[in-house]
Design a protein around this ligand. Structure first.
Ligand code: TXA
Ligand code: MG
Length: 319
């Protein structure tokens, strides 16, 4: 959290970045790498561009988008940040935390992007290419994960390009995503901070900054990313499977014999590595057209909470 992916912009990328900023300014869509997953970006203030995102993804229009900005100062001009929101931004930005706060500038992030809500979801990503595009463009860029609605989020350029690249005026190859899971989403409104979507920043990390979190429960309708059957591959997913059945691919975790149809999320049992591999291995397993995809039990601690959240959704359980 909070740190860059460690690379500077490579030679030639400045031109790609300025072309992407240009595409955004003319209302086009951009395939945008972030440290979490690839995003499908558009000018947040342009309702036609935002409508093109919903169209390209086949996404229900009641599902609001995250506005990506270059820095905290820009975020604080768009949303009403109280002390807790500022402390969270200070602790985790740039990085994989999204903060939902009351909207202040309803033109900067248009109604359609917010699905008509009085709140706005904002984050400052840490990926150097995303940061360069945001700096060059200047305004907020809304970017949902670049998958078509209901499919696993893309974590490699090839997967992202195959999902929605054809709808984009510019595509940026930022390599594989370091985190591999979507950002944590918290609501900082009245009352205690609420966890709307577990993610790369863990519950314990958040609670160290703002104290005990409230659960999202009755907020589920307002964060429709928490709908069941999100992130689903084509093959049925069976979770907490200690071994695969005949015909099933197996996503192992920890020591497990290699073999056909076996994709080990982390032979060493490391949760960060498992998170980074999760979506690309679900896709790889799915491409073998198995009878199903069995997934090993993942400890429900730290990053495991977010991994299990995505797995339950992939398996079709209500969250
Ligand atoms: O890591 C990420 O967050 C990636 C990268 C591209 O930044 N983006 C992403 O966006 O995952 P998306 O659209 O797939 O998920 C956005 C989530 C959804 O669950 C949505 O319901 C929630 O944020 N959200 C957005 N605005 C909200 C709001 N005003 N109130 C509550 N939830 C909101
Ligand atoms: Mg998504």
């Amino acid at each position: 959290t909070g740190q860059d992916q460690g690379q500077l912009l490579a030679d030639g990328q400045e031109e790609v970045v300025s072309r992407a900023a240009q595409a955004l300014a003319s209302g086009g869509l951009v395939l945008l790498p972030t440290e979490t997953v690839y995003g499908l970006g558009a000018d947040a203030s342009d309702p036609a561009a935002v409508a093109a995102i919903f169209e390209a993804k086949g996404r229900p229009r009641f599902n609001p988008l995250i506005a990506h900005v270059a820095d905290v100062a820009t975020a604080a001009r768009i949303a009403d940040f109280d002390e807790r929101a500022r402390a969270l931004a200070e602790a985790f930005w740039p990085g994989p935390l999204t903060i939902v706060a009351p909207v202040k500038n309803t033109a900067a992030v248009c109604d359609l992007a917010r699905a008509g809500l009085e709140t706005v979801a904002i984050r400052v990503p840490s990926h150097p290419l995303a940061r360069a595009v945001l700096a060059a463009f200047g305004g907020p860029v809304v970017a949902p994960s670049a998958n078509r609605s209901g499919r696993p989020s893309p974590t490699t350029f090839a997967d992202a390009n195959a999902e929605t690249g054809d709808k984009c005026a510019a595509v940026l190859d930022g390599g594989p995503c370091q985190v591999g899971l979507e950002s944590t989403v918290v609501a900082v409104l009245d009352g205690p901070v609420r966890l709307l979507r577990p993610g790369a920043v863990t519950r314990a990390q958040l609670e160290a900054v703002v104290g005990p979190l409230a659960e999202a429960d009755d907020d589920a309708k307002r964060s429709p990313g928490r709908l069941a059957l999100h992130y689903a591959p084509d093959a049925p997913v069976r979770i907490n499977a200690t071994a695969p059945n005949a015909g099933e691919a197996y996503l192992a975790f920890g020591p497990w014999p290699a073999g056909e149809g076996v994709f080990n999320l982390s032979p060493a049992g490391d949760l960060a590595q498992a998170a980074a591999n999760l979506f690309s291995y679900l896709r790889a397993a799915d491409r073998t057209a198995p009878a199903g995809i069995a997934v090993a039990p993942i400890p429900d601690e730290g990053l495991g909470e977010a991994i299990n959240d995505r797995l339950r959704r992939a398996a079709g359980f209500v969250g």
